[in-house]
Write a protein that binds this ligand. Structure first.
Ligand code: ADP
Length: 460
């Protein structure tokens, strides 16, 4: 059944209300039914007690005392609601019959041993009949008393009640349908308002938020959840825009450099040395572009989850020593001495490739921003499982410190213009550290040096 959400709510509400009403109606009918018949049965019992007071048992035979008076007093006339009394002996022979029965018999069971009440017809009248066995002193049923009274009134009341309930039920169901549809429409109106508001939002006005309903209910929760989702989409949208702008900006300068050099070469014939110089500059710019694209690729691989760290046990001292050997020439060119304070037995858990990139980026920065003739200190702090990487370079001004792990961020751009860089190295290092659960942080004092800390997740 393909019902709209609103109609589904209305349908289930109506179903629940109609079922409850039906249960109540059936219960009411049965309570009235049982009460009416209990009253009739009580009346029959009263009559039976009256009769029992007036019967006598002699030699195993039952007879009615003052039978004529009884007849005359209580049952001589055919009343509106007459009481029919009949006594039969063990053989089924009639012992007493009230005068109002005009020699017509009530049906009975001659061998009944227990009191029995049942509905019956007598002379085209609806009656309630009770049959009572009459016992002698030995407990033997020697006769049967049958008492019948009219149940026409009770039947009428029950019939009327049944008809009333039968008509009321469909009418009430119709009212339920209407009321439930109205309530469902009211209930989902705020959802419609949210849908309308959400439809208005596109990439041009992604900063718009859904209006919040006044009550703190589920709709409020839905609206706030959608708003939070919009905020996340908005943020990543802005980030994408920023990244595209940053990338194009970063690519523009090496491209402009290449173009400028080529234009100079084309303008007039040059000496071979000049050609060589310009071509070298062009090559330098293409290297810059290459480095930038490589770093962007690394970042995007990490962001799309394509780099999975392959964590293994690494002997940190040996690892750093072999890394420093690779960098020996460059360190010597920059006249940097390295002081390595890592105990021989320092095992850590990390991905060796990612760790090499992180340390490589820190080393390369120490070369770029460090001061010639100074010492680079790499030390291990056992209690905190932290590797400190300290240079005695120019340092980073405090206002830049919170941003240096951001993509494309370069502290004090004017000062750095002569130092080649993309502003991506530390953001790559940070992401790679995060992937392995390593906490990468920085402390720096302007003019005195910078220390990067790598706190490993746990010691072995
Ligand atoms: P890049 O070095 O390519 O500019 P990074 O992401 O590696 O990019 O570094 C971001 C910025 O942080 C650098 O531009 C520099 O201003 C600052 N920085 C990083 N390392 C150091 C350091 N050891 N000493 C001083 N400044 C540093």
């Amino acid at each position: 059944m393909k019902l709209k959400f609103k109609n589904r709510i209305a349908f289930f509400n109506t179903l629940a209300a109609a079922t409850s009403t039906l249960i109540v109606f059936v219960a009411v009918y049965f309570v009235v039914f049982l009460t009416a018949y209990k009253h009739l049965d009580d009346d029959i019992r009263n009559e039976q007690e009256e009769v029992f007071k007036n019967i006598q048992i002699k030699d195993g035979h039952v007879s009615m005392r003052k039978s004529a008076e009884w007849d005359e007093k209580e049952h001589a006339e055919v009343e509106m609601n007459p009481t029919f009394i009949q006594i039969t002996d063990r053989t089924g022979e009639l012992v007493f019959l009230s005068a109002n029965m005009k020699n017509k018999y009530l049906p009975f069971n001659p061998s009944l041993k227990k009191t029995l009440f049942f509905n019956n017809q007598f002379e085209c009248k609806q009656i309630r009949q009770g049959q009572f066995p009459i016992f002698n002193q030995d407990g033997l049923a020697i006769a049967q008393l049958s008492v019948g009274i009219s149940r026409a009134e009770s039947a009428l009341v029950l019939n009327n009640l049944f008809l009333t309930l039968l008509i009321a039920f469909p009418l009430l169901s119709l009212i339920f349908v209407w009321a439930s549809s109205f309530a469902a429409a009211q209930g989902i109106a705020p959802i419609h308002r949210l849908i309308e508001a959400a439809r208005e939002i596109d990439d041009q006005n992604i900063g718009t938020r859904l209006p919040l309903p006044p009550r703190h209910d589920e709709i409020y929760l839905l609206a706030t959840t959608i708003n939070e989702l919009l905020l996340r989409i908005d943020t990543s949208f802005q980030r994408e825009k920023q990244i595209t702008a940053d990338i194009s900006h970063e690519l523009r300068s090496p491209l402009a450099g290449i173009r400028g050099n080529l234009e100079v070469l084309l303008r007039k014939r040059r000496e071979p040395e000049q050609y060589e110089l310009k071509i070298e500059q062009v090559l330098h710019e293409t290297d810059r572009m290459n480095k930038l694209l490589e770093q962007l690729l690394q970042l995007s691989r990490m962001e799309t989850g394509n780099i999975k760290p392959n964590t293994e046990q690494i002997a940190l001292r040996r690892f750093c020593t072999s890394l420093l050997e690779k960098w020996e020439t460059l360190l010597a060119e920059h006249q940097l001495t390295v002081e390595l304070t890592i105990p021989n037995e320092t095992p850590i858990l990390a991905d060796s490739n990612l760790l090499e990139v992180i340390l490589g980026n820190l080393l390369s920065n120490s070369l770029k921003y460090g001061s010639k003739g100074t010492t680079l200190s790499i030390s291990w702090n056992e209690p905190t499982a932290t590797l400190a990487f300290a240079d005695r370079g120019q340092g980073i001004p405090p206002e830049h410190l919170p941003h240096i792990f951001d993509r494309f961020y370069r502290a004090d751009v004017s000062r750095n213009t002569k130092i080649p860089g993309t502003g991506l190295g530390l953001s790559i290092a940070k992401k790679m550290a995060d992937l392995q659960g390593i906490q990468l942080s920085v402390q720096s004092e302007e003019g005195r040096g910078t220390t990067f800390f790598m706190q490993f997740p746990f010691k072995l």
